[in-house]
Design a protein around this ligand. Sequence first.
Ligand SMILES: [Mg+2]
Length: 176
Amino acid sequence: MNRTIAVDFDGVIHRYSRGWFDGTIYDEPVPGALDGLRTLMQHYAVFIHTSRSPQDVAPWLVQRGFDVQVEYPGDPTQFWTERGALLVTRRKLPALAYLDDRAVQFTSWPLALAELLPADAAATTPPGSVDQVQVSAEDLRSLVQLARCHVENLWITPAEDLALIERIHAQLGGEK
Ligand SMILES: [Mg+2]
């Protein structure tokens, strides 16, 4: 298996406490970021994936003791495999995982929509999957949380969860 990890820069390595601000790299590292990168680099080839110019990001990392490369020498479909140096690139190169403060892990479209849609939006199962049921994004999000609790053996059923289950049950029954 290719052991390559992509790491976002702003918000994951660069603290980015004022957001984009004036476009400069103005902030300190996120607590634990430098040690975290070094630890990752002992086990994986690591590249920094950023929308910033790699030439702007590289000096900030070099100042903090990293060996940095900004030109990707290979075919963009190839994995970055160098263990000793950080590549900084704007390209979305292949990786085992992307570590990013804005990521939503994709498992299926219904769960992705439950994470992303505003609370008052209605999420619908995709056509052609199961029977179409309208569930609000908020209810779907709560259901996902309940399912996760169940998986982690933290199954508790407070009154509001029972009410949610009954509401969805009623909607499912209403379709038949
Ligand atoms: Mg970020």
